[in-house]
Design a binder for this molecule. Structure first.
Ligand code: XMP
Length: 504
């Protein structure tokens, strides 16, 4: 395994995904991780990963002992800056964050660049380079006469100012692979087939012939977790799916078809629509809506659980990005959203979290290998409170029906246009607006539907998707023709920030 010491920023996650793609297991831990814990993991290699100098970090926390463990080290960006200082070298203080792909000349004799062209394009901050190289190190790459990589061949310690982990860089990927396979002698043994085999055995051991419960939402993570656990313990897994009436069109039927009919799982569907709508009557404040939906969900789930006997375990679809500790303050990154399906902590169960080690792409791959349909495996994110945060203002059945139908048309046309896997998230929302229109020569006063489509990596920031105008036109025409009480469709062209992805 490879241990990534994270100095903050998003680079570590890119790096983690790149390494896993090369079928090597890695973990991301904060830079302040203790030397004893590092040793206990016995990594084949250590990567110190960061972007530019970060005033929030207290660098003393990175134990200098790591340089004496005899384990190969690759220090990237700010990580390389810190490392060179430890050895008595220095960097140029960057004035700006000026990142771009730049032409870099490398020394092909270094194991890090094995098999690569002498000149290549790499992602770097051109303001941030090495100034002096410490004793024992040699420069191995230059950009415009400035040193951007160095090595201590004997100790297998490398410092690079460019970012080989950046998604679109093929050369970067080869550099990472060289570190993994030429320098650390890692094996390519992290495959999802083996993961499934191993997990099934582990779950069997953990659960024995006891029973487990799973709150199934139909989302990617809980679906994959449920099918994996079902493979291990069969009918001893009971899944509960709560229909809160805020689901998309046909969602409940699809869940029943996949899990009950196809996988033959023990599935309880709870029709709690009226309960939720009753509780939400007259409520317009978005946070209050979220709270009500979250609490009601827990109540319904607890009631179902009480009807069952002998349940010992609870299955949760927690995935690796939810548990990675951040480099900056070492706190566990918790989703800021009040998540429906977020069950109370005092439930008296042992947890089974079979996906805790996996990145989203890996969860999807496991899902495919388990035979879960592409419809579920490549599903876009859907918020726990569902359409409850897409109907602005008070939630009524009429408004839910409008947004459900409009959303269905939107998704249908996106699929037909071949854009389904090219947009991260897309949906219809119903702003609380009525406006004047004209249909068959008659004045109307009806609802406006808003379309939202964004591209994003993790939902923290997002760019509105540039859907071709012809496709938008088709969607809008279909919505006003097919969905009653709608006479206007608008497309949201705001990035996040300042807007959020959802309208509430
Ligand atoms: P925002 O609207 O905050 O959304 O830009 C970012 C991502 O989070 C989803 N989202 C939620 N997910 N419970 C959830 O489980 C929520 O209350 C919630 N609110 C937003 C949103 O769909 C997007 O993917």
């Amino acid at each position: 395994m490879i241990l990534i010491l994270d100095l903050g920023g998003k680079f570590s996650r890119f790096l983690g995904r790149r390494i896993r793609e090369s079928k090597v297991y890695c973990e991301i831990v904060p830079y302040s991780y203790s030397i004893d814990k590092i040793k206990a993991k016995s990594p084949e290699g250590i990567i110190i990963s960061g972007g530019e100098p970060n005033a929030l970090l207290s660098i003393e926390k990175l134990d200098k002992e790591i340089y004496h463990l005899g384990i190969p080290i690759l220090a990237i960006g700010y990580g390389a800056g810190i490392m060179t200082e430890v050895y008595g070298g220095s960097t140029v203080e960057p004035l700006e964050h000026n990142y771009a792909f730049e032409n870099v000349n490398i020394n092909p004799e270094s194991s890090l660049f094995n098999g690569l062209e002498i000149n290549m394009s790499l992602w770097l901050n051109k303001e941030y380079t090495f100034e002096t190289i410490p004793e024992g190190f040699n420069p191995i790459a230059e950009f415009e006469d400035k040193i951007v990589a160095m090595e201590n061949r004997e100790k297998k310690i490398y410092g690079v100012m460019f970012h080989p982990e950046v998604e679109t860089s093929a050369e970067g990927k080869s550099i990472i692979d060289n570190f993994l396979f030429k320098i650390c002698n890692c094996n390519r043994n992290w495959t999802m087939e083996e993961f499934i085999e191993y997990s099934v055995e582990e779950i069997k051991k953990q659960v024995g012939d006891k029973k487990a419960l799973c709150a199934l939402s139909g989302g990617v993570d809980s679906s994959v977790a449920a099918v994996l656990v079902h493979k291990a313990i069969g009918d001893n897994l009971v899944c509960v799916f709560v229909d809160h009436g805020l689901l998309r069109k046909d969602e409940r039927e699809q869940v029943e078809e996949v899990f009950r009919d196809y996988f033959q799982m023990n599935l309880i569907t709870v029709d709690a629509k009226d309960r939720f709508l009753d509780k939400l009557k007259g409520i317009t404040n978005p946070e209050q809506k979220r709270k009500i939906i979250g609490e009601e969900f827990i109540r319904v789930f607890e009631e179902e659980q009480k009807k069952l006997t002998d349940i010992h375990f609870l299955v949760q679809g927690t995935i690796y990005p939810d548990v990675i500790e951040s480099g900056i303050d070492g706190k566990v990154a918790v989703k800021s959203h009040h998540n429906v399906g977020g069950l109370p902590e005092d439930m008296d169960f042992e947890l089974i979290e079979p996906l805790r080690q996996l990145f989203k792409d890996e969860v999807r791959e496991v899902g495919r290998l388990l035979g879960i349909s592409e419809d579920i495996v490549s599903r876009q994110p859907f918020p726990g409170p569902g359409l409850g945060v897409r109907v602005l203002g008070e939630i009524t059945e009429e408004k839910l029906e409008i947004v459900r139908e409009a959303d269905y048309i939107f998704r249908d046309e996106i699929k037909k246009a071949g854009l389904k896997d090219k947009i991260w998230q897309y949906f219809a929302a119903l702003p609380n607006i009525k406006s004047v229109g004209v249909t068959h020569g008659e004045r109307t006063y009806n609802y406006t539907v808003a379309l939202r489509a964004v591209n994003s990596i993790d939902g923290m920031t997002a760019e509105w998707a540039k859907i071709p105008l012809e496709v938008l036109e088709k969607i809008s025409t279909r919505i006003v023709n097919e969905v009653p009480h709608v006479n206007r469709v608008v497309y949201d062209i705001t990035n996040k920030p300042p807007a959020t992805i959802e309208w509430e």
